[in-house]
Design a protein around this ligand. Structure first.
Ligand SMILES: [Cu+2]
Length: 164
């Protein structure tokens, strides 16, 4: 609710015009797309087999705020490149392709789960081990960044399933 807090501050400062304008500017920046409005649920990463070049992670991302959020970039110290992929069938082969940037309207979610969309951690710097965590920075078009903390599950374990 940071937008509402800013609005009430503006009202309290009506005696000082400069202050009001400054607060309005701050309020406009914060309300445009509050990074905290991106909610990650049921996040998990697969433990990677020895020697695997890439890792994969899942979970649900929801825009819990009042403005559209555009995810324009992903990054992690754990991998050279992070992308959001979808899986599709072509000529009887499962293939994947990059789908970010992704725009989420207010209340909209994107669900990443095995067999479908996923975070692709390309060029992992070391194997993803169960019990560890991967941090993924998600950049918005507003240039705000949300850091997702993604636990790595032990081999063979999977995270929660979501209805699509
Ligand atoms: Cu992929």
């Amino acid at each position: 609710m940071p937008c509402r807090k800013q609005t009430s501050l503006v009202k309290a400062e009506t005696g000082n015009l400069c202050r009001v304008i400054l607060l309005l500017l701050l309020s406009a920046v914060q309300c445009h797309a509050n990074a905290a409005d991106l909610l990650g649920e049921g996040l998990w990463a697969r433990a990677s087999p020895p020697g695997a070049p890439n890792g994969v992670a899942y979970g649900r991302l929801t825009n819990a705020g009042p403005e559209a959020l555009e995810i324009v970039g992903l990054a992690s110290l754990a991998a050279r490149t992070v992308q959001i992929h979808e899986t599709f069938l072509q000529d009887d082969m499962m293939r994947m392709r990059r789908i970010d940037p992704v725009t989420l309207q207010p209340g909209e979610s994107v669900t990443l789960q095995p067999g479908g969309k996923h975070f692709m951690l390309i060029g992992i710097s070391q194997p993803l081990r169960g019990g560890e965590e991967v941090l993924v920075d998600v950049s918005m078009a507003s240039s705000e960044v949300v850091t997702l903390t993604i636990p790595v599950l032990p081999p063979g374990e999977t995270g929660p399933e979501f209805d699509q």
